[in-house]
Design a protein around this ligand. Structure first.
Ligand code: DX5
Ligand code: ZN
Length: 227
């Protein structure tokens, strides 16, 4: 017990069975699973298509676990309201998907959710610095978005450290760092040590077996790495 740092884990449901998730979600233990990560993909911003607000609303009625919504869609301003009216915990827009990220984050906050801003691996992390006042969370992508099960890009680690340094230096201690893509038991400790507060896990959360056990093991891997 040398470090107090605790990270939240947000399993990404696209790595599981979307057609049976309504039943499965009833077994997800809210004491273990902190958030549920919703990857909303439109086939335009990313080359994959998932689900929308109707599916999400149905799922939300079946669990008390707060929802973490990651919008990978073009012109998110067109459908943002549909997600906000569901009252998720956080709604994240991709920096690259809109010319008006600060305005959208303002709308998200006005609706009572936390505002998130996601940054792709090819976007300089400094690009978001000027609009941090509008963000409650920055999502550092550690893969190009679109699919679960891709390998973690190691360049994400110095990007997380750089962002963390900036947040500490400028006094933005309230802003959380989320990291998404390719995180597993082997690398999760390094990601948290670099500065992540919230970890998204798709493959690692749902692969062979119980999501409750997988997430508990990811948390144990963080404790082990930091001890
Ligand atoms: C990638 C998505 C991720 C993905 C994570 O486009 O935003 O949330 O589902 O899955 P893993 O952890 O398997 O990379
Ligand atoms: Zn995601």
């Amino acid at each position: 017990m040398t470090d107090e740092k605790k990270a939240l884990i947000s399993p990404s449901i696209i790595a599981s069975s979307l057609s049976t998730m309504g039943e499965m979600v009833k077994d997800f233990d809210p004491a273990v699973i902190d958030l549920l990560h919703m990857d909303i993909m439109d086939g335009l911003f990313v080359p994959n298509l998932t689900f929308g607000p109707g599916y999400m609303a149905d799922l939300m009625s079946r669990t008390s676990i707060p929802f973490d919504v990651h919008l990978m869609i073009e012109t998110p301003e067109r459908s943002l309201d549909r997600y906000l009216e569901l009252k998720p915990w956080v709604v994240t827009v991709q920096y690259e998907s809109t010319r008006f990220p600060a305005r959208l984050m303002g709308l998200i906050r006005e609706a009572g959710a936390l505002s998130g801003l996601a940054v792709n691996p090819a976007t300089p992390i400094e690009s978001v610095y000027d609009i941090i006042p509008y963000a409650d969370m920055v999502l550092v992508m550690s893969v190009d978005p679109g699919f679960y099960g891709q390998p973690f890009m190691p360049a994400a680690l110095p990007r997380i450290e750089k962002l963390k340094d900036f947040l500490v230096r400028e006094g933005y201690n309230r802003v959380k760092i989320q990291v998404d893509g390719g995180i597993n038991r082997e690398n999760i400790g390094r990601v948290v040590k670099a500065g992540a507060d919230i970890i998204v896990a798709g493959n690692a959360a749902f692969k062979d077996g119980s999501v409750n056990r997988n997430v508990a093991e990811l948390k144990a891997a963080i404790r082990e790495f930091l001890s």
